[in-house]
Design a protein around this ligand. Structure first.
Ligand code: AMP
Length: 199
């Protein structure tokens, strides 16, 4: 399984990416998690990245690719695929990922799960997550900036992947279990997942 999870902050990319990863034993690679680990390690690079993340801005592509490409390669070798979450976030990143991962390494994407959730619902969800997880970039002000960044830089990817016939739009504004079931059905319809054998 070689998938990406696409959607605005708070849409459920992490929740459903992790669920798929556990159920199908495929590595879940979250660019945000990799960046947060680097920041937590307190390295000079981590300190620089922390400024971008705290402001809700995108980190520079060079750093991102240095972290992501080896992680995707390792995942593909160890688990036979990857579930990418939060990456790519710009058309430039998508083009470059396509070159690096898709062609050079023969790991082309099978599908991009796009979780569509209305903006009002997102803000509520993220502020709730802030109460539970205490993420520094989950404040109302930074969330607004992250949503702007999503609209400006990441939304063009919807057309980009739709044009490549690999976009899988899912209504993310439903109870979590219904969203997950819709994802499984859509992946099965597309042949990414096998249909269970009849009983
Ligand atoms: P996330 O956990 O996916 O919400 O990401 C948290 C933050 O990490 C984002 O607001 C960005 O600052 C940074 N980030 C995550 N993924 C990327 C990416 N693909 N490109 C640039 N910055 C990213």
């Amino acid at each position: 399984m070689r998938l990406l999870m696409l959607g605005p902050p708070g849409a459920g990319k992490g929740t459903h990416g992790v669920h798929l990863s556990q159920e199908y034993k495929i590595a879940h690679i979250s660019s945000g998690d990799l960046l947060r680990a680097e920041i937590k390690a307190g390295t000079p690079l981590g300190q620089k990245l922390g400024d971008y993340v705290a402001r809700g801005e995108l980190v520079p592509d060079e750093v991102l690719f240095d972290l992501m490409v080896p992680a995707v390669d390792q995942a593909a070798v160890e688990t036979g695929g990857y579930i990418g979450d939060g990456f790519p976030r710009t058309l430039g990143q998508a083009e470059r990922a396509h070159q690096l991962i898709g062609i050079d390494r023969d790991l082309p994407l099978q599908g991009v799960v796009y979780l569509d959730v209305a903006e009002e619902a997102l803000i509520e969800r993220i502020l709730e997550r802030a109460r539970v997880q205490g993420r520094a970039d989950d404040t109302a002000e930074v969330v607004r900036r992250r949503l702007e960044v999503f609209r400006e830089h990441t939304m063009p990817l919807i057309d980009y992947y739709s044009g490549r016939q690999i976009l899988i739009p899912i209504n993310g504004d439903q109870p979590t279990e219904s969203v997950y079931q819709d994802i499984i059905s859509a992946l099965t319809d597309r042949g990414v997942l096998m249909r269970p054998a009849p009983a």
